[in-house]
Design a protein around this ligand. Structure first.
Ligand code: SAH
Ligand code: SF4
Length: 326
Protein backbone atom coordinates (compact mmCIF):
# COMPACT_ATOMS: atom_id res chain seq x y z
CA UNK A 1 0.00 0.00 0.00
CA UNK A 2 1.39 3.41 -0.88
CA UNK A 3 1.52 6.45 1.38
CA UNK A 4 -1.38 8.32 -0.23
CA UNK A 5 -3.64 5.28 0.14
CA UNK A 6 -2.66 4.91 3.80
CA UNK A 7 -3.49 8.57 4.36
CA UNK A 8 -6.93 8.25 2.81
CA UNK A 9 -7.74 5.16 4.87
CA UNK A 10 -6.57 6.97 8.00
CA UNK A 11 -8.90 9.80 7.07
CA UNK A 12 -11.78 7.33 7.05
CA UNK A 13 -12.43 7.05 3.31
CA UNK A 14 -13.70 3.45 3.55
CA UNK A 15 -13.66 1.93 7.04
CA UNK A 16 -15.78 -0.98 5.99
CA UNK A 17 -13.32 -2.10 3.33
CA UNK A 18 -10.33 -1.42 5.56
CA UNK A 19 -11.58 -3.47 8.50
CA UNK A 20 -12.82 -6.31 6.29
CA UNK A 21 -9.45 -6.54 4.52
CA UNK A 22 -7.54 -6.47 7.80
CA UNK A 23 -9.77 -9.19 9.28
CA UNK A 24 -9.20 -11.43 6.25
CA UNK A 25 -5.42 -10.90 6.35
CA UNK A 26 -5.30 -11.61 10.07
CA UNK A 27 -7.38 -14.75 9.84
CA UNK A 28 -5.23 -16.07 6.98
CA UNK A 29 -1.83 -15.14 8.40
CA UNK A 30 -2.02 -15.52 12.17
CA UNK A 31 -5.49 -16.93 12.84
CA UNK A 32 -8.18 -15.53 15.08
CA UNK A 33 -6.87 -16.57 18.47
CA UNK A 34 -5.91 -13.96 21.03
CA UNK A 35 -2.76 -14.47 23.09
CA UNK A 36 -2.52 -13.21 26.64
CA UNK A 37 0.38 -11.34 28.21
CA UNK A 38 -0.07 -10.71 31.90
CA UNK A 39 1.14 -7.17 32.52
CA UNK A 40 3.14 -6.69 35.70
CA UNK A 41 3.82 -3.02 36.41
CA UNK A 42 7.02 -3.62 38.34
CA UNK A 43 7.71 -0.04 39.41
CA UNK A 44 6.67 3.54 38.67
CA UNK A 45 10.05 5.00 39.54
CA UNK A 46 11.53 6.67 36.50
CA UNK A 47 14.64 8.71 35.72
CA UNK A 48 13.06 10.35 32.69
CA UNK A 49 10.72 13.25 32.14
CA UNK A 50 8.77 12.51 28.97
CA UNK A 51 6.31 15.43 28.66
CA UNK A 52 3.26 13.20 28.14
CA UNK A 53 3.70 10.67 30.92
CA UNK A 54 2.03 10.60 34.32
CA UNK A 55 4.87 8.77 36.08
CA UNK A 56 7.64 11.09 34.84
CA UNK A 57 10.32 11.84 37.40
CA UNK A 58 9.11 15.43 37.76
CA UNK A 59 5.62 14.48 38.89
CA UNK A 60 5.62 14.92 42.66
CA UNK A 61 1.94 13.96 42.91
CA UNK A 62 2.48 10.27 42.66
CA UNK A 63 3.60 7.84 45.31
CA UNK A 64 6.50 5.71 44.08
CA UNK A 65 6.67 1.94 44.52
CA UNK A 66 8.64 -1.11 43.49
CA UNK A 67 7.05 -4.54 43.68
CA UNK A 68 8.98 -6.93 45.86
CA UNK A 69 9.95 -10.39 44.72
CA UNK A 70 7.03 -12.15 46.38
CA UNK A 71 4.53 -9.83 44.65
CA UNK A 72 6.08 -10.44 41.23
CA UNK A 73 6.25 -14.18 41.78
CA UNK A 74 2.61 -14.25 42.93
CA UNK A 75 1.50 -12.37 39.81
CA UNK A 76 3.57 -14.59 37.48
CA UNK A 77 2.28 -17.73 39.18
CA UNK A 78 -1.26 -16.49 38.66
CA UNK A 79 -0.50 -15.91 34.95
CA UNK A 80 1.04 -19.36 34.60
CA UNK A 81 -1.82 -21.15 36.35
CA UNK A 82 -4.36 -19.23 34.26
CA UNK A 83 -2.72 -20.45 31.05
CA UNK A 84 -1.35 -17.10 29.90
CA UNK A 85 1.34 -17.40 27.23
CA UNK A 86 3.60 -14.79 28.75
CA UNK A 87 4.11 -12.07 31.26
CA UNK A 88 5.32 -8.54 30.55
CA UNK A 89 7.50 -6.79 33.10
CA UNK A 90 7.14 -3.05 32.61
CA UNK A 91 8.49 -0.13 34.64
CA UNK A 92 9.74 3.41 34.49
CA UNK A 93 13.32 3.68 33.25
CA UNK A 94 15.87 2.75 35.92
CA UNK A 95 19.53 2.00 35.38
CA UNK A 96 21.04 1.30 38.80
CA UNK A 97 23.07 -1.88 39.17
CA UNK A 98 20.67 -2.98 41.91
CA UNK A 99 17.73 -2.68 39.50
CA UNK A 100 19.55 -4.52 36.70
CA UNK A 101 20.42 -7.35 39.09
CA UNK A 102 16.90 -7.46 40.51
CA UNK A 103 15.31 -7.76 37.06
CA UNK A 104 17.76 -10.48 35.98
CA UNK A 105 16.95 -12.39 39.14
CA UNK A 106 13.19 -12.01 38.63
CA UNK A 107 13.44 -13.23 35.05
CA UNK A 108 15.28 -16.35 36.23
CA UNK A 109 12.71 -17.01 38.94
CA UNK A 110 9.76 -16.59 36.56
CA UNK A 111 11.40 -19.06 34.18
CA UNK A 112 11.89 -21.50 37.03
CA UNK A 113 8.37 -21.31 38.46
CA UNK A 114 6.89 -22.10 35.04
CA UNK A 115 9.45 -24.73 33.99
CA UNK A 116 10.41 -22.40 31.19
CA UNK A 117 6.85 -22.36 29.87
CA UNK A 118 5.95 -18.74 30.55
CA UNK A 119 7.26 -16.38 27.90
CA UNK A 120 8.87 -13.20 29.24
CA UNK A 121 8.55 -9.83 27.58
CA UNK A 122 10.23 -6.81 29.12
CA UNK A 123 9.60 -3.10 28.66
CA UNK A 124 12.15 -1.29 30.77
CA UNK A 125 13.26 1.60 28.61
CA UNK A 126 16.69 2.53 27.31
CA UNK A 127 19.62 0.54 28.63
CA UNK A 128 23.18 -0.34 27.67
CA UNK A 129 23.76 -3.22 25.29
CA UNK A 130 25.35 -5.09 28.16
CA UNK A 131 22.15 -4.80 30.22
CA UNK A 132 19.97 -5.88 27.32
CA UNK A 133 22.23 -8.90 26.89
CA UNK A 134 22.18 -9.72 30.60
CA UNK A 135 18.37 -9.79 30.68
CA UNK A 136 18.23 -11.77 27.44
CA UNK A 137 20.62 -14.37 28.83
CA UNK A 138 18.50 -14.51 32.00
CA UNK A 139 15.56 -15.61 29.84
CA UNK A 140 13.66 -12.60 28.51
CA UNK A 141 13.07 -12.96 24.79
CA UNK A 142 10.88 -10.06 23.71
CA UNK A 143 11.34 -6.32 24.31
CA UNK A 144 8.93 -3.44 23.91
CA UNK A 145 10.38 0.03 23.38
CA UNK A 146 8.14 2.47 21.59
CA UNK A 147 9.58 5.05 19.25
CA UNK A 148 6.51 7.14 20.31
CA UNK A 149 6.70 9.08 17.02
CA UNK A 150 8.94 8.26 14.08
CA UNK A 151 9.02 11.96 13.22
CA UNK A 152 12.21 13.27 14.83
CA UNK A 153 10.80 16.79 15.20
CA UNK A 154 7.76 15.49 17.10
CA UNK A 155 9.93 13.19 19.22
CA UNK A 156 12.15 16.13 20.12
CA UNK A 157 9.16 18.33 21.00
CA UNK A 158 7.56 15.84 23.38
CA UNK A 159 10.75 15.06 25.31
CA UNK A 160 13.33 17.08 27.27
CA UNK A 161 16.49 17.98 25.34
CA UNK A 162 18.53 15.08 26.70
CA UNK A 163 16.07 12.38 25.53
CA UNK A 164 17.49 11.85 22.05
CA UNK A 165 15.67 10.35 19.07
CA UNK A 166 18.97 8.92 17.80
CA UNK A 167 19.54 7.11 21.08
CA UNK A 168 16.06 5.62 20.91
CA UNK A 169 16.78 4.26 17.44
CA UNK A 170 20.16 2.99 18.57
CA UNK A 171 18.47 1.10 21.44
CA UNK A 172 16.10 -0.58 19.01
CA UNK A 173 19.09 -1.77 16.98
CA UNK A 174 20.86 -3.00 20.12
CA UNK A 175 17.77 -5.01 21.05
CA UNK A 176 17.56 -6.56 17.61
CA UNK A 177 21.28 -7.46 17.65
CA UNK A 178 20.89 -9.05 21.07
CA UNK A 179 18.28 -11.43 19.68
CA UNK A 180 15.03 -10.16 21.16
CA UNK A 181 11.75 -10.26 19.29
CA UNK A 182 11.54 -6.56 18.69
CA UNK A 183 8.47 -4.56 19.63
CA UNK A 184 7.88 -0.88 19.16
CA UNK A 185 4.98 1.44 18.51
CA UNK A 186 3.69 4.98 18.58
CA UNK A 187 1.18 7.20 20.31
CA UNK A 188 -1.74 8.34 18.21
CA UNK A 189 -3.02 11.89 18.52
CA UNK A 190 0.07 13.60 19.95
CA UNK A 191 -0.50 17.39 19.83
CA UNK A 192 0.67 18.64 16.43
CA UNK A 193 0.72 15.15 14.88
CA UNK A 194 -1.15 14.78 11.57
CA UNK A 195 -2.55 11.80 9.66
CA UNK A 196 0.44 12.21 7.32
CA UNK A 197 2.73 11.70 10.32
CA UNK A 198 0.76 8.60 11.30
CA UNK A 199 1.08 7.20 7.77
CA UNK A 200 4.83 7.75 8.04
CA UNK A 201 4.80 5.97 11.41
CA UNK A 202 3.25 2.90 9.77
CA UNK A 203 5.84 2.95 6.99
CA UNK A 204 8.56 3.34 9.62
CA UNK A 205 7.32 0.23 11.49
CA UNK A 206 7.34 -1.69 8.24
CA UNK A 207 10.83 -0.51 7.32
CA UNK A 208 12.09 -1.38 10.81
CA UNK A 209 10.84 -4.91 10.17
CA UNK A 210 9.54 -5.21 13.73
CA UNK A 211 8.10 -8.41 15.21
CA UNK A 212 5.54 -6.88 17.55
CA UNK A 213 3.68 -3.64 17.92
CA UNK A 214 1.88 -1.87 20.70
CA UNK A 215 0.36 1.46 19.79
CA UNK A 216 -2.52 3.39 21.21
CA UNK A 217 -4.11 6.78 21.58
CA UNK A 218 -2.31 9.57 23.37
CA UNK A 219 -4.34 10.44 26.47
CA UNK A 220 -3.70 13.63 28.42
CA UNK A 221 -2.52 13.39 32.01
CA UNK A 222 -3.26 16.31 34.35
CA UNK A 223 0.25 16.25 35.86
CA UNK A 224 2.08 16.04 32.54
CA UNK A 225 2.81 19.23 30.59
CA UNK A 226 2.25 18.11 26.98
CA UNK A 227 -1.35 19.24 26.83
CA UNK A 228 -4.36 18.61 24.63
CA UNK A 229 -4.48 16.51 21.49
CA UNK A 230 -5.75 18.16 18.29
CA UNK A 231 -8.10 15.19 17.88
CA UNK A 232 -11.17 14.47 20.01
CA UNK A 233 -11.15 11.27 22.02
CA UNK A 234 -13.57 9.72 19.54
CA UNK A 235 -11.28 10.68 16.63
CA UNK A 236 -8.23 9.23 18.39
CA UNK A 237 -10.14 6.04 19.04
CA UNK A 238 -11.12 5.69 15.37
CA UNK A 239 -7.58 6.56 14.27
CA UNK A 240 -6.10 3.94 16.58
CA UNK A 241 -8.37 1.24 15.15
CA UNK A 242 -7.46 2.27 11.60
CA UNK A 243 -3.76 2.22 12.51
CA UNK A 244 -4.10 -1.36 13.79
CA UNK A 245 -5.97 -2.46 10.67
CA UNK A 246 -3.46 -0.80 8.32
CA UNK A 247 -0.50 -2.29 10.16
CA UNK A 248 -2.07 -5.75 9.95
CA UNK A 249 -2.29 -5.30 6.18
CA UNK A 250 1.25 -3.91 5.88
CA UNK A 251 2.81 -6.49 8.21
CA UNK A 252 0.54 -9.55 8.04
CA UNK A 253 2.32 -11.91 10.43
CA UNK A 254 3.49 -9.71 13.31
CA UNK A 255 1.95 -9.62 16.78
CA UNK A 256 -0.18 -6.54 17.38
CA UNK A 257 -1.49 -5.62 20.82
CA UNK A 258 -4.88 -4.15 21.53
CA UNK A 259 -3.73 -1.70 24.17
CA UNK A 260 -5.14 -0.55 27.48
CA UNK A 261 -5.24 3.04 26.20
CA UNK A 262 -7.85 2.00 23.60
CA UNK A 263 -9.94 0.55 26.39
CA UNK A 264 -9.50 3.80 28.33
CA UNK A 265 -11.29 5.68 25.55
CA UNK A 266 -14.11 3.17 24.98
CA UNK A 267 -15.36 0.37 27.22
CA UNK A 268 -15.32 -2.00 24.24
CA UNK A 269 -11.99 -0.64 22.97
CA UNK A 270 -9.95 -3.77 23.43
CA UNK A 271 -12.49 -5.95 21.66
CA UNK A 272 -12.65 -3.44 18.82
CA UNK A 273 -8.85 -3.50 18.56
CA UNK A 274 -8.93 -7.27 18.15
CA UNK A 275 -11.65 -7.01 15.53
CA UNK A 276 -9.53 -4.43 13.69
CA UNK A 277 -6.52 -6.77 13.49
CA UNK A 278 -4.81 -7.09 16.87
CA UNK A 279 -4.04 -10.57 18.27
CA UNK A 280 -2.55 -9.80 21.69
CA UNK A 281 -4.13 -8.52 24.87
CA UNK A 282 -2.33 -7.64 28.05
CA UNK A 283 -4.52 -8.11 31.11
CA UNK A 284 -3.14 -6.16 34.05
CA UNK A 285 -2.02 -8.55 36.81
CA UNK A 286 -0.26 -5.95 38.97
CA UNK A 287 -1.40 -6.20 42.64
CA UNK A 288 -4.62 -4.17 42.64
CA UNK A 289 -3.68 -1.84 45.49
CA UNK A 290 -0.60 -0.57 43.61
CA UNK A 291 -2.18 -0.11 40.18
CA UNK A 292 -3.49 3.29 41.18
CA UNK A 293 0.10 4.57 41.25
CA UNK A 294 0.98 3.43 37.73
CA UNK A 295 -1.01 6.06 35.91
CA UNK A 296 0.70 6.78 32.61
CA UNK A 297 -2.37 8.76 31.56
CA UNK A 298 -5.67 9.91 33.00
CA UNK A 299 -8.59 7.53 33.41
CA UNK A 300 -6.46 4.42 33.04
CA UNK A 301 -8.74 1.42 33.56
CA UNK A 302 -8.04 -0.22 36.91
CA UNK A 303 -10.36 -3.18 36.67
CA UNK A 304 -9.63 -6.71 35.55
CA UNK A 305 -10.34 -7.56 31.98
CA UNK A 306 -13.35 -9.59 30.88
CA UNK A 307 -12.02 -12.25 28.51
CA UNK A 308 -15.35 -13.82 27.65
CA UNK A 309 -15.61 -12.15 24.24
CA UNK A 310 -12.29 -13.54 22.95
CA UNK A 311 -11.12 -16.80 21.44
CA UNK A 312 -8.21 -17.10 23.87
CA UNK A 313 -5.20 -19.36 23.24
CA UNK A 314 -4.28 -20.93 26.57
CA UNK A 315 -0.84 -22.24 27.47
CA UNK A 316 0.75 -21.14 24.18
CA UNK A 317 3.55 -18.62 23.85
CA UNK A 318 2.12 -17.10 20.73
CA UNK A 319 5.47 -15.89 19.46
CA UNK A 320 5.51 -13.46 16.59
CA UNK A 321 5.32 -15.57 13.41
CA UNK A 322 7.25 -12.80 11.75
CA UNK A 323 10.15 -13.63 14.06
CA UNK A 324 9.91 -17.42 14.17
CA UNK A 325 9.53 -17.77 10.41
CA UNK A 326 12.55 -15.58 9.65
N1 SAH B 1 9.46 3.44 30.78
C1 SAH B 1 9.24 2.49 29.73
C2 SAH B 1 7.96 1.72 29.87
C3 SAH B 1 6.79 2.40 30.54
S1 SAH B 1 6.01 3.67 29.62
C4 SAH B 1 9.26 3.22 28.40
O1 SAH B 1 9.10 4.42 28.36
O2 SAH B 1 9.46 2.52 27.40
C5 SAH B 1 5.17 2.71 28.39
C6 SAH B 1 4.47 3.49 27.33
O3 SAH B 1 3.39 4.22 27.88
C7 SAH B 1 5.29 4.57 26.64
O4 SAH B 1 6.10 4.01 25.64
C8 SAH B 1 4.21 5.48 26.08
O5 SAH B 1 3.96 5.22 24.70
C9 SAH B 1 2.97 5.14 26.90
N2 SAH B 1 2.42 6.36 27.49
C10 SAH B 1 3.01 7.17 28.41
N3 SAH B 1 2.23 8.25 28.64
C11 SAH B 1 1.15 8.14 27.84
C12 SAH B 1 -0.01 8.95 27.60
N4 SAH B 1 -0.19 10.10 28.23
N5 SAH B 1 -0.94 8.52 26.70
C13 SAH B 1 -0.76 7.33 26.07
N6 SAH B 1 0.31 6.55 26.24
C14 SAH B 1 1.26 6.93 27.11
FE1 SF4 C 1 9.47 7.18 32.20
FE2 SF4 C 1 8.55 5.61 30.20
FE3 SF4 C 1 7.00 7.53 31.33
FE4 SF4 C 1 9.07 8.26 29.78
S1 SF4 C 1 7.23 7.10 29.12
S2 SF4 C 1 8.53 9.17 31.77
S3 SF4 C 1 10.54 6.67 30.29
S4 SF4 C 1 7.79 5.71 32.32
Amino acid sequence: MIRSEIISYLSGVDDEKLFATAAAVKSHEVGNKVYLRGLIELSNRCRKNCYYCGIRAGNANTERYMLDESQVIAAATYAYRSGYGSVVLQAGEQQSQAFIDYVADLIGKIKALSNGKLGITISLGEQTEETYRRWFEAGAHRYLLRIESSNEAIYTRIHPADHLYGERLECLEKLRRTGYQLGTGVMIGIPGQTVEDLADDLLFLQKMDIDMCGMGPYIEHPDAPLGASDFTREERYRLALRMIALLRILMPNINIASTTALHALQPQGREAGVAAGANIIMPNITPADLRVNYKLYDNKPMSDIDLSGFDVALGEWGDSKHFTEK
